[in-house]
Design a protein around this ligand. Structure first.
Ligand code: ADP
Ligand code: 5GP
Length: 184
C-alpha cells in the first residue's frame, strides 16, 4: 500500500459506544470513516451510502466474487464487509481511515495490514451495555439478547489481541483517549 494514511480499527461489543466516540473525535480530527457494506436492513434514519451500503445477498456475493472486500464476516446473522476502495484509495492519498467493524473482522485486517492499530471500546459493565442497547431503541428484544450474549467473548478477544483498550464510561474522557491514540 502506498501513501502514509494510517488505519485505525475500532471494535467492541454492540452498544459499547463505538459510533458515539468516533463521531466525537471526527469533530476535531480529519480522518475518513469507512462505509461498510451490509445485508442487514437500514434502521430508521440510516442513509444508504452514508451509514452503510445496504445490499441484497446477491449484490454482496458479487462483491465477494470480484475480490472487492478487504474483509467480510457474518455478524448477528447478517453479512458485513469492508470494501478495499474505502481503505486503499484513502490511505493512498495520505489520509487516515477508521474502520468500525466487529472483532473478528478487526483481526483479519491486522493480518492483512500489520501496521493497523486495533482499538477496543470496552463498556463499563455488561449491565450498562444492555442498558445502552435498550436506550438506543434501535434493536428488538431478540437482537438485544444476541448482541449482549456475544459480548463476553468479544471482550476476551479484545483484551488478548487488541493494541489499545478504552473503557467508555464517560464520553468526553473516552473520546479524548481515542483522539490521543489517533493523534500524529
Ligand atoms: P456502538 O456503535 O458501539 O454500537 P453507540 O455509539 O450506538 O454504540 O452507543 C450505544 C448507546 O449508548 C447510544 O444510545 C449512545 O448514545 C449511548 N452511549 C454511548 N457512550 C455512552 C456513555 N459513555 N455513557 C452513556 N451512554 C453512552
Ligand atoms: P450494526 O448492525 O449495529 O450497525 O453493526 C453490527 C456489528 O457489525 C458491529 O459490531 C459492527 O462493528 C460490525 N460491522 C459493521 N461493519 C462491518 C464490516 O465491514 N466488517 C465487519 N467484520 N464487521 C462490521
Amino acid at each position: 500500500m502506498s501513501g502514509s494514511g494510517r488505519v485505525f480499527v475500532v471494535a467492541g461489543p454492540s452498544g459499547a459506544g463505538k459510533d458515539t466516540l468516533i463521531k466525537e473525535v471526527l469533530k476535531d480530527l480529519d480522518a475518513h470513516l469507512s462505509v461498510s457494506a451490509t445485508t442487514r436492513k437500514p434502521r430508521s434514519g440510516e442513509v444508504d451510502g452514508r451509514d452503510y451500503r445496504f445490499l441484497s445477498d446477491e449484490e454482496f456475493d458479487r462483491l465477494v466474487a470480484t475480490g472487492q472486500f478487504l474483509e467480510h464476516k457474518e455478524v448477528f446473522g447478517r453479512r458485513y464487509g469492508t470494501l478495499r476502495s474505502e481503505v486503499e484509495e484513502v490511505t493512498g492519498s495520505g489520509r487516515d481511515v477508521i474502520l468500525e467493524i466487529d472483532v473478528q473482522g478487526a483481526l483479519d485486517v491486522k493480518s492483512t495490514i500489520p501496521d493497523a492499530t486495533l482499538v477496543f471500546i470496552m463498556p463499563p459493565s455488561l449491565e450498562e451495555l444492555e442498558a445502552r442497547l435498550r436506550g438506543r431503541e434501535a434493536d428488538d428484544e431478540r437482537e438485544i439478547i444476541t448482541r449482549t450474549g456475544i459480548a463476553p467473548e468479544e471482550i476476551e478477544v479484545g483484551k488478548r489481541e487488541f493494541d489499545e483498550i478504552i473503557v467508555n464510561d464517560d464520553v468526553s474522557k473516552a473520546a479524548g483517549e481515542l483522539a490521543r491514540i489517533m493523534g500524529r
